[in-house]
Write a protein that binds this ligand. Structure first.
Ligand code: 5GP
Length: 201
């Protein structure tokens, strides 16, 4: 009697530290897998094809949409980003939790298609810290930084639509809180109907 895996969606503004939190979560739990997105954005220094993203051309991305290969997609700061369907669905069937790190629009689309998913919003400690992180990262030029900050203000307004908020003032605490969420979610009656049925005469 194997329980299905959880579809876990992490969102939060650029600079909230989703990437670091996600990385640590994967190190802590072997049963949590990362869904590698497809994007038309150019790789940043140090990013690896197939690990950080599948870097694709715009025409390839549009083909993926046409062939129903993505469970959601969004345009963010002039680039396309999307979640490949097959990996996510196979993880869930195999009882593995799969984590998606995606925009608010993508997360809300997933919630409609997969109502049993778990939406977690990662909050930065403050706006000032958010700005400091985006600027200090040094991977984007000024106008992209401005666009990302603008987008961050917009995305923050959607936090209340999520199932859980996790404040990332300390990465270890944030990861611990996400692990607690995953454990609690797995104990929900709706995820344990087979077990419950064995007790019902
Ligand atoms: P970045 O360019 O910083 O890697 O990502 C920009 C934004 O796109 C981030 O908020 C990231 O979470 C989001 N993103 C990454 N992959 C996907 C995806 O597959 N779908 C959607 N909707 N957003 C994504």
């Amino acid at each position: 009697m194997q329980q299905k895996g959880l579809l876990v969606v992490l969102s939060g503004p650029s600079g909230a530290g989703k990437g670091t939190v996600c990385q640590k979560l994967l190190e802590h739990r072997e049963t949590v897998k990362y869904s590698v997105s497809a994007t038309t954005r150019k790789p940043r220094e140090g990013e690896i094809e197939g690990k950080n993203y599948f870097f694709v051309s715009e025409s390839k991305f549009l083909d993926m949409i046409d062939n129903d290969g993505l469970i959601e997609w969004d345009k963010y700061c002039d680039n396309y980003y999307g979640t490949p369907k097959s990996y996510v669905e196979s993880c869930i069937q195999d009882g593995l939790d799969v984590v998606l790190e995606i925009t608010v629009a993508g997360a809300l689309e997933i919630k409609q298609k997969y109502p049993e998913c778990v939406l977690i919003f990662i909050l930065p400690p403050s706006y000032d810290e958010l700005k400091r992180r985006i600027v200090c990262r040094g991977t984007e030029c000024c106008d992209v930084i401005e666009k990302r900050l603008e987008q961050a203000y917009k995305e923050m307004k959607y936090a209340s639509k999520y199932d859980y908020l996790v404040l990332n003032d300390c990465v270890d605490n944030a990861v611990l809180n996400i692990e607690k969420i995953l454990d609690a979610e797995r104990l929900k009656p709706s995820r344990n109907t087979e077990l419950l049925n064995t007790f019902i005469k």
